[in-house]
Design a protein around this ligand. Sequence first.
Ligand SMILES: [Zn+2]
Length: 409
Amino acid sequence: MKFTLLFLLTFLLCFSGFSQDNHATALQGMRVDVVYLASNLLEGRATGEPGESLAAQYIASRFAGEGLQPKGTDGSWFQPFDFNIKENPHSNTGGKAGNGKNVVAFLDNGAPTTVVVGAHYDHLGYGLDGSSLYVGDSAVHNGADDNASGVAAMLYLAHYLKTSPAKHNNYLFIAFSGEELGLYGSKNFANNPTIDLSSVTYMLNMDMVGRLNKEKVLAINGAGTSPVWKDELAKISVGGIKPKTTDSGIGPSDHTSFYLKDIPVLHFFTGQHTDYHKPSDDSELVNYNGIYEVAQFMATLIENLDGQGKLAFTKTKDEQKEATSFKVTLGVMPDYVYEGEGMRIDAVLDDRPAQKGGLKAGDVVIQIGDVKVKDIYGYMEGLGKFNKGDKAIVKVKRNNEVVETEVVF
Ligand SMILES: [Zn+2]
């Protein structure tokens, strides 16, 4: 009896020591990936620039190190594509043409179906006309959260799935480029796939997973794209993560390109912040354990779905297009992971209606004109009532007080 107990204790100690080592090693690996990809050496990884090529080489060598197969064009790791951005006649930003490349790797389990796991690795370089929210001298936009964090999570998943018992699917890992220019890389892959797209059961996209907050709210978009998603997500319990879902398969990232091919998708996102699309999106601000927990959450989902065959697809209402068709904006960044009633403002942009009306980051919008704002959709509905030049009374909660202000759109 004593012997058995001692044996058990020794075993447990060894086992917990082992898993702690795994955890520490995983965190260190993620940190190395993010710090390198988001370093000034890579000059913001702008599509078609030398920093993008260096990042692509790094990701390919990491895939190779995990023992994956190259699955780009002609048996290489890379899938090149052209991009051509037309000059915008309404602003002084010029057009730009060039080529970028996706990095594609395959984990072949000899299965009839394949799961696509993707994350874009390109970013804004020195600011990319029109996309940067930074005002100042030219500076490297490091893109640690956007989206070195997603690449690190993807590389961890590649490592994890290699030895996972979930073998009823193959796994295709894609590091997309051209995302910031308009989803060029993922569109190119969806139109020129290097595997049979009809064998893809679902696609998981990680874009900005490096800022998991204290409350551990994880935004998961696309939950309406398969009838199984919501039940499956509700089953998972990892590290106290609280999923917050939206339905639409259309969003400002690469899962959209797969949704438009009738593939169930999910987009994982730890939320917006004031360093978004600025040079200050740096590696030291990343929550590495948060990336680890998001990746573990996804690994659990993948393992739970293993053996369920190809997932059913459902079309969703196109919320994103409605959102972009508004004639006016307040000029704020909404907090997409806010769970209370109303729409919490994460950041107020300079010289826009909200700032001119005295609104501040942290304010919770509860009414615009006559429309009561219960959540971000209520906020969009409220904005939809106005035209340029209109005035509106906006009610916000600020430190438990209700403040009213007039804004001019
Ligand atoms: Zn991004």
